[in-house]
Design a protein around this ligand. Structure first.
Ligand code: ADP
Length: 484
């Protein structure tokens, strides 16, 4: 069923609980489709609440010994897992493209990016250190220890089926936590392939558990079970706030990477060629289906026409088609509701006065959304306040810097923002004024392993990647030793 894999064993149609690859006791499965063709590529078990509880139990048992392993041993196992990801990168990329749709070149990029978190946190595992605080009394020492939080629930979305898992599991395992992962029901096979490689790397049974299936029942157990001490979630703000509420009774630690509504600001003094390239990169990556994709392109009046013309010329030439066909820059959208939302946003914008400046051709049939540039966008349009999550580039015209900042910050979200200017004074001013967790000056990309990733306001809590990423999985213990 899965053509082209050099190691067919990486394609698993089972959940992973306590080191066993299992089906649901009910026999229930869910089908996973290739978004490029709508063909079913396989099934995974629809795991129940009881089975989720068993996975949590397995993670708890494994935690008792995993937390006590020397950091160097945990690091060595993560290094091995990383090497296997590199070795099998081509297969992992193919599985990713088949279930998610992104062009193979981007899938390869995601596998490299995903693996890099495992490497990075293998290195950070060796640097989990505490401190000694001078005590007020002479007979005392206060030792500050860093300890693993405990069993962690990891719930991830379909847009980065590999990297959103490694960005959480890398630091969790490095810190000494064990995990129960619930991948998106649209893209479970990338997660399961990572499970196969973790097993081959020698990561002990129960340290990584993967429960597949529909979210409600699994999510209810993961959030209610008191053994789970931490939830790390990437997905929509709507679901993030539901999960936060579900975690409230047992007061779990939370990391939430939620939606964005990224502004991309082009000032009159910008390098326009660079700004167009940056806009293409930030807007159309993964077909526009990332939480850091520019959602609103704000262009100052003096360069509006020139920028619009350059961007339109580039977008009109974009190649759309199956991700497995070389040369395609944009693959299919993930599902029919995604297409509906994109069409709704474009229709709403056109009805409210937007101008269609460019549209790339799309293959007939299939789940494709045409890349478009819309001119004269305004704040009354749905696409100004909601994430479109598709290849739609709306251009908003502004006159002054103050107006641009007000427009950019005029959203409940605060994940990523980008701006282009050649003035260092403006660079500092605007960089300070933007209320976002990540800001790019003269770049359309802010995602890298070494930099903290995360948002403010309704875009979430906590940071992933970078040195701080491991803190999300550590508790601080103040150990007061008296009578010395
Ligand atoms: P997106 O469509 O942007 O990925 P979602 O927030 O719908 O965002 O999904 C992200 C992840 O959250 C997926 O793994 C999905 O299955 C899961 N999810 C959705 N609803 C729930 C829920 N009620 N409880 C637990 N997980 C959920």
């Amino acid at each position: 069923k899965f053509p082209g894999l050099s190691d067919p064993d990486l394609f698993r149609q089972a959940a992973l609980i306590g080191g066993n690859w299992v089906q649901a006791a009910s026999g229930a499965v869910i089908e996973v489709t290739d978004p490029a063709t709508a063909a079913v590529i396989g099934t995974v078990p629809d795991i129940s609440g009881d089975e989720t509880r068993a996975a949590i139990k397995a993670a708890d048992i494994a935690f008792q010994s995993w937390r006590g392993r020397p950091h160097s041993e945990r690091a060595a196992l993560l290094e091995k897992w990383f090497s296997l990801m590199e070795e099998h990168a081509e297969d992992l990329a193919l599985i990713l493209t088949m279930e998610q749709g992104k062009p193979l070149a981007e899938a390869r990029g995601e596998i490299g990016y995903g693996a890099s978190f495992v490497k990075w946190f293998a290195e950070e595992a060796r640097r989990i250190d505490g401190s000694v605080i001078p005590a007020p009394a002479g007979d005392r020492q206060i030792v500050v220890l860093k300890e693993p939080v405990g069993v962690s629930a990891i719930i991830t979305p379909w847009n980065f089926p590999n990297a959103m898992i490694t960005r959480k599991v890398g630091p969790a395992l490095a810190a000494g936590c064990t995990v129960v992962i619930k991948p998106s029901e649209f893209t479970p096979f990338s997660a399961l392939a990572l499970g196969v490689l973790a097993e081959r790397a020698g990561i002990p049974a129960g340290v990584i558990n993967i429960v597949t299936g529909m979210p409600a029942e699994i999510g209810a157990e993961l959030t209610a079970n008191p053994v789970v001490r931490k939830l790390s979630f990437t997905g929509s703000t709507r679901v993030g706030s539901i999960l936060m509420a579900q975690c409230a009774p047992s007061l779990k630690r939370l990391s939430l990477e939620l939606g964005g509504n990224a502004p991309f600001i082009v000032f009159d003094d910008a390098d326009l060629e660079a700004a167009v390239e940056g806009a293409i990169a930030s807007k159309f990556r993964n077909g526009g289906q990332t939480c850091v994709c520019s959602n609103r392109i704000l262009v100052q009046a003096g360069v509006y026409d020139a920028f619009a013309a350059k961007l339109s010329a580039r977008v009109a030439r974009m190649r759309v088609g199956p991700g497995t066909e070389p040369g395609n820059e944009i693959g299919p959208m993930i599902n029919a509701p995604a297409i509906d939302k994109i069409r709704r946003h474009v229709a709403d914008a056109l009805a409210k006065g937007a101008k269609l400046l460019a549209e790339a051709p799309v293959p007939a049939g299939g789940q494709y959304a045409a890349p478009v540039v819309l001119g004269e966008a305004s704040t009354e349009m749905e696409l100004a306040s909601e994430e479109t999550f598709g290849p739609v580039a709306p251009l908003f015209r502004f006159e002054t810097e103050a107006e641009a900042i007000a427009l950019a910050n005029g959203t409940p979200y605060g994940l990523a923002a980008y701006f282009y200017t050649e003035s260092h004074k403006r660079a500092w001013r605007v960089g300070q004024a933007l209320e976002f967790g990540m800001v790019g000056l003269n770049t359309g990309s802010v995602s890298t392993t070494v930099s903290p990733f995360g948002g403010v306001k309704q875009s979430g809590l906590g940071r992933e990647g970078a040195r701080v990423g491991i803190e999300e999985y550590l508790e601080t213990k103040a150990f007061h030793m008296a009578g010395l």
